[in-house]
Design a binder for this molecule. Structure first.
Ligand SMILES: Cc1cc2nc3c(=O)[nH]c(=O)nc-3n(C[C@H](O)[C@H](O)[C@H](O)COP(=O)(O)OP(=O)(O)OC[C@H]3O[C@@H](n4cnc5c(N)ncnc54)[C@H](O)[C@@H]3O)c2cc1C
Length: 516
């Protein structure tokens, strides 16, 4: 019986989940042998650059530690269980440094490797793959030109850090990696800085240039105070088209939910009923239900959330509106103020997200419905998936102290340095190698919501069917698969499905091989 040769291209969290799933599926099929080539240029597979264990500790997760688990079925420790051994205790509601999570992910990778079943041979290549090409029945992985039967591409943010972009004295193409890009030579103390973007990457940049340079935030009953280190820029001015800020995530220990689980179970049951209808659309059925749920959470008159959302999305925020919105979101998150429609809509979005993922993923929805969904999802990203409250508290403090300025949102103000604090769009819009070449060679296609099309086993869908042996999981498929640019292992089962299909395929191929 011949080995099945597999390549996993990119081994961040999704590559790790796929590798683990493959080992599990292969363990249940001991008579078949698998050779897995893992291509990952970074020093810490499993973590990759986003969870690099050596990045500054001021860069935090945007979801609480209690939700982090790289393992399924209790086969390994959750992040909280693993962190019990670290000197600093971690609570379920803590927003921990991404570096800390990176240490857990790298440890998990090494555990998967150490516990791989004897019918799985792992070969690591510390290489960036620049092309994947088809030759007969097999895929060739370059630069080494290694032939394989199956290739899974999990390159995530690909070149999201714009590593090849030109860096000039006054322009920094990405703040990441922070320790290389935001040095005191590149962004001198007392300089003026413009930041393109006003979302999570801006907040990372702001913290790296302040707290990351020795400034100290102190929390008291009235909020944070900031003691300067003298190493930070004189002014950090974000700019963005809408000016609309992200809303803070709530501090679970301080916050009281207005409705109990029974309320949400009923809403989810109602949504399931809506989603089962064969003619359901996002625009006419799902979104109106979300708006209505949002009014019900707060006991508001029908139409309150719809009016709020329409007004918000039509408004370019002034500096005063930004201040006010950040303050409202922060006070709600800290349990000091009654929830508003922004919070209620975000809560509906988060609570119903798994159902929305199931409904919309792999579905070709009508172009106008797709456009409407994309516009709403972009705004809901700001409302539902924002930073931890502490980071919004720090932003408010730095703005009050004059280090951050909201007065240059149009981006026209002059500055010593401009930092591009945006992340390249997800989906098929800006594919890097090796995905760009595969698209050019028509082994991939793009769906109406903008993502690389895959089926439920992560197999690439071309215009003519399935590209045999080619699979993609992660950010490039965003749109075809909703919300998979996350650390969560429980929201999607593509790694498990992909692994099961590879092992099943090996069984079928071996059954067809002539016996000697
Ligand atoms: C700054 C930042 C902060 C984030 N914070 C959070 C958070 O708090 N919570 C959350 O849920 N999500 C967060 N995310 C989303 C994050 O993308 C996911 O959590 C997760 O990293 C997705 O995993 P992935 O494996 O799909 O992609 P990635 O983590 O991007 O991993 C892809 C891997 O592929 C490798 N690679 C890329 N190109 C090639 C190539 N050509 N050849 C070989 N290897 C290649 C990379 O080195 C990398 O290791 C954040 C994203 C960013 C950018």
């Amino acid at each position: 019986m011949s080995d099945t040769e597999i390549a996993i291209v990119g081994c961040g969290p999704k590559g790790l989940y796929a590798l683990d799933s493959l080992c599990e599926a292969a363990r249940r099929s001991p008579q078949h042998c698998f050779t897995v080539h893992i291509f990952e240029p970074s020093a810490h597979p499993g973590a990759g650059p986003i969870y690099d264990p050596h990045q500054p500790e001021v860069l935090l997760m945007n979801f609480p530690a209690g939700l982090i688990n790289a393992w399924t079925g209790g086969r390994g420790p959750s992040f909280l269980e693993w962190a019990l051994r670290s000197p600093k205790p971690v609570d379920a509601g803590d927003y921990v440094p991404r570096a800390h999570v990176g240490r857990y992910l790298f440890w998990s990778f090494e555990r998967v490797v150490a516990q791989a079943p004897s019918n799985v041979r792992l070969i690591r290549h510390k290489t960036r793959v620049d092309a994947v090409t088809r030759n007969g029945d097999r895929w060739h992985i370059s630069p080494q030109n290694i032939p394989v039967d199956h290739v899974l591409i999990t390159t995530g943010h690909q070149d999201g850090f714009r590593q090849s972009a030109t860096e000039t004295r006054d322009h920094i193409p990405s703040p990441f990696p922070i320790d290389r890009r935001l040095t005191q030579t590149a962004v001198p103390p007392n300089s003026t800085v413009r930041c393109k973007g006003f979302a999570l990457t801006f907040i990372d940049t702001m913290l790296a240039l302040t707290e990351g340079r020795g400034g100290v935030f102190t929390l008291s009953a009235t909020g944070y105070t900031y003691t300067s280190s003298g190493q930070e820029p004189r002014r950090i001015a974000p700019f963005s088209r809408s000016g609309r800020p992200m809303r803070a995530k709530v501090e679970a220990a301080l916050f009281t939910q207005p409705k109990d689980d029974a309320f949400w179970d009923e809403r989810r049951a109602e949504l399931s009923h809506i989603l089962r209808a064969p003619n359901a659309t996002f625009t006419h059925h799902i979104w109106p239900a979300f708006l209505s749920f949002s009014d019900q959470v707060l006991g508001n008159p029908s139409g309150t959330s719809a009016d709020f959302f329409t007004h918000r999305t039509k408004t370019t925020f002034t500096a005063d509106e930004i201040r006010q919105d950040l303050r409202i979101g922060y006070d709600i998150a800290m349990g000091r103020r009654a929830q508003d429609s922004a919070w209620a809509l975000a809560e509906v979005w988060r609570r119903c997200y798994p159902q929305l993922i199931n409904w919309i993923s792999h579905r070709e929805i009508a172009p106008d419905d797709a456009l409407h969904f994309r516009q709403i999802a972009a705004e809901m990203e700001r409302l539902a998936f924002g930073p931890p409250a502490q980071n919004i508290g720090k932003l408010i403090t730095l703005e009050q102290g004059g280090i951050v300025s909201f007065d240059h949102m149009s981006g026209e103000a002059a500055a010593d340095v401009t930092i591009n604090a945006t992340i390249l769009p997800a989906g098929g819009a800006e594919l890097a190698a090796p995905l760009d070449g595969l698209l050019r060679d028509e082994h991939l296609s793009i769906g109406t919501l903008g993502g690389v099309r895959v089926d439920k086993n992560a197999h690439a869908v071309t215009r003519d069917g399935i590209a045999k042996g080619l699979s993609i999981i992660g950010r490039a498929t965003e749109g075809c698969v909703l919300g998979n640019d996350t650390l969560s292992r429980s929201l999607h089962d593509l790694p498990e499905n992909w692994a099961a299909a590879v092992v099943q395929n090996a069984r079928q191929s071996n059954a067809l091989e002539p016996s000697v």
